[in-house]
Design a protein around this ligand. Sequence first.
Ligand SMILES: Nc1ncnc2c1ncn2[C@@H]1O[C@H](COP(=O)(O)OP(=O)(O)OP(=O)(O)O)[C@@H](O)[C@H]1O
Ligand SMILES: [Mg+2]
Length: 328
Amino acid sequence: MKIAFVGKGGSGKTTVSSLFVRHLAARAVPVTAVDADINQHLGVALGLPEERAAALQPLGDRLGMIKDYLRGDNPRIPSAETMIKTTPPGTGSRLLRLDEDNPVFAQCADDVRLDGDASARLLVTGPFTEDDLGVACYHSKTGAVELLLNHLVDGRDEYVVVDMTAGSDSFASGMFTRFDMTFVVAEPTRKGVSVYRQYRDYARDFGVELRVVGNKVQGPDDIEFLRAEVGDDLLVTVGHSDWVRALERGAAKPFGALEETNARALRVLHAAADAAYTRRDWHRYTQQMVHFHLKNAASWGNERTGVDLAAQVDPGFVLGEAPSPQPV
Ligand SMILES: Nc1ncnc2c1ncn2[C@@H]1O[C@H](COP(=O)(O)OP(=O)(O)OP(=O)(O)O)[C@@H](O)[C@H]1O
Ligand SMILES: [Mg+2]
């Protein structure tokens, strides 16, 4: 299951996504956490010491290796140079599975130990600045994540959780359509819900599943405000957490000591994410990646690479969990 956490700066994307990762890991659900946020804090929120978090190998620095691995011997993609972030897989491409060893995980992932036997795989895009948010093209820091998602064949009981910035980058590239479920983390303020509106307006035409997670909610007025602003898209709310604050003070408590109301909120997120599985549509998923690839090809990719990138589309290819049935 591919899950995104988006929201305004400071809304609590990293906090809530790290809690969700811990919730899954505590239930022994395999989980890969991806830090694609401007401020790279997910590793630390998962309890990694600062030095180890800073030493992670960013996906953005391994883009050449990632492209070479994913294109495999797909004849439509003869070189990494002509593979852009939206280049879709086709016959001959290597698809990714979350339960396998592959060079991308071997070179970039860290295994983060959580409470007890719980652990999560962590991938990071590398830090980026506000300037990167306007970059819809070749150098986008989240390009590697988009490529991974477009080559991933994930099942129901395994999760990729992406902590992500809702920038123009994700709208231009199609990144916002790559998830089974998008949780918009919003504080109960007018600014807090503005990112929700922007997302919803883009998402509407693409069947993106979107739910709002109210954060730092203090009482009935806050809930009423969120309900009035986002209606039925409000899934659940999270209050101020002393558990989170203790972690930030460097006095982390076991995950089992998280406040019951917040633990319940995480169960609601899990159930909503899981339920999205039944609405998965690999045909639509593949069509959308092709749509955004053609759009990016025409707007900058063809010019940038000097080739006709539309020719990378394999018309008969559909990404999916099960191998395509063989003709009889
Ligand atoms: N429910 C909560 N209870 C207590 N503290 C919280 C809660 N949610 C967020 N915080 C605190 O608020 C601050 C901002 O949260 P966080 O870093 O998760 O937001 P973000 O949206 O990821 O921000 P950025 O845009 O900077 O990446 C952090 O100090 C975090 O610990
Ligand atoms: Mg963050």
